[in-house]
Design a protein. Structure first.
Length: 194
């Protein structure tokens, strides 16, 4: 009888130990998800803080100047003018691409945040088994890593593109003035009010 009591207590101790260990695993996974979400949200906040007015003014200027150049400049350019025009086109395209990619990345971060919240809720409710939990957590880690890499690359593209655009803009404006009686085309939408 004494052995049966010890055996019962041993089994009960093992069951309680497993449930405590399982609860610790769930708590650890919740902390991991919180850390991942914090890192992602920090990077997305940096992406949101990009000066959208400066970006939009630069894109507007690119679009209008590009249109003017394509309609009005048909003669041969010297090497310096051609290089500046090439840099102008390249940087303008990069800024337009950044604007689109930025919006996609921010939308993607909203989706990932939603998935992290659902996973954390499941963890708090001890819903999924640990094996399935490992799979989901690993997948979210990979997606967040991809998103962070893409956001970093896009910010680099933005800063380089804006610098290249502003540098080439002076030469392109000289080119336009030379071919347009000293005048620049009027950009009507350059007075953005956001």
């Amino acid at each position: 009888m004494k052995n049966l009591g010890y055996s019962l207590m041993l089994v009960m101790g093992l069951i309680l130990g497993q449930s405590c260990n399982k609860a610790e695993n769930y708590a650890e996974k919740i902390k991991t998800l919180d850390s991942l979400g914090g890192a992602m949200n920090s990077r997305m906040l940096e992406l949101q803080k990009v000066d959208t007015i400066l970006l939009q003014k630069s894109i507007n200027r690119f679009v209008y100047y590009k249109e003017f150049i394509e309609l009005n400049i048909h003669d041969t350019l010297d090497k310096i003018e051609a290089d500046q025009l090439f840099d102008f086109y390249e940087s303008g395209k990069n800024l337009k691409n950044f604007q689109n990619n930025r919006n996609l990345l921010l939308s993607r971060s909203v989706l990932i945040n939603s998935q992290l919240n659902k996973l954390a809720t499941d963890l708090k409710n001890n819903s999924p088994d640990l094996e399935l939990l490992e799979k989901f957590t690993g997948h979210e880690k990979q997606e967040i890593a991809r998103l962070l890499d893409a956001a970093t690359a896009q910010q680099t593209i933005y800063h380089r593109g804006l610098e290249q655009f502003q540098t080439s803009l002076k030469g392109v404006e000289l080119l336009i003035r030379k071919r347009n009686n000293g005048e620049l085309p009027t950009i009507i939408k350059d007075t953005l009010s956001y």
